[in-house]
Design a binder for this molecule. Sequence first.
Ligand code: AMP
Length: 242
Amino acid sequence: METIRFDELNLDPRILRAVTDMGFEAASPIQAQAIPVEMEGHDMIGQAQTGTGKTAAFSIPIIQRLYLQKKKGYKRGIKALILTPTRELAIQIGESFAAYGRFAGLRHTVIFGGVGQKPQTEALERGIDILIATPGRLLDLIGQGFIHLDTLEYFVLDEADRMLDMGFIHDIKRILPLLPKKRQSLFFSATMPPEIERLAGTILSAPQKVEVTPASSTVDAIDQSVYFVEKAEKINLLKSLL
Ligand code: AMP
């Protein structure tokens, strides 16, 4: 695939400057495919692992679209929710929004469990546009009335397969009915087993699929071949190959 540069992706100059300030020039394959789809407002299912640049692939279009909407003036409230399985990922995603959005004047906060909730609820009370959360603490703070999702327009489910492995499926199923029906949803998972496909089906409407093949795990300098032999012949084949 030919390389796409960020300056070919129709980004607002403020967003482009933040991205190029990070030293990024070429979009990674997931970014080159996903950013145009997302900016057109489609729901999307992205099969990509950590390390492929998927965080920028969903945060840049959300920042761009919110920035343009906000310039026209919009009602305050949480506009984007990013659900991710771990505290570490939540923090990393928060850092991405801070970096790519640093000239956009949007506010975000990160919430996760295992720590006191006071700093998190204070940030929520100051008002934010973008919320990055792990599922348990999100439900907890919704239950306490600190979070309202009725103004939401963008929903990202990150690392869906890990969410399932970590037992978050019930939390996710409790969160989904709280989201406005009219929204753009982006669904990311490294793998797509049937259970994940089913979950994606309940979240997305008419999604476009974007897939990046994971980096090859074999070393180019190693030749590989397959030989079909009867079990009894295996040792002889090995001897002759050696
Ligand atoms: P992620 O897959 O989202 O966890 O991103 C992996 C790392 O790649 C992060 O440290 C990003 O800062 C970096 N990165 C993402 N996109 C690009 C890009 N287009 N060019 C260079 N580095 C990038």
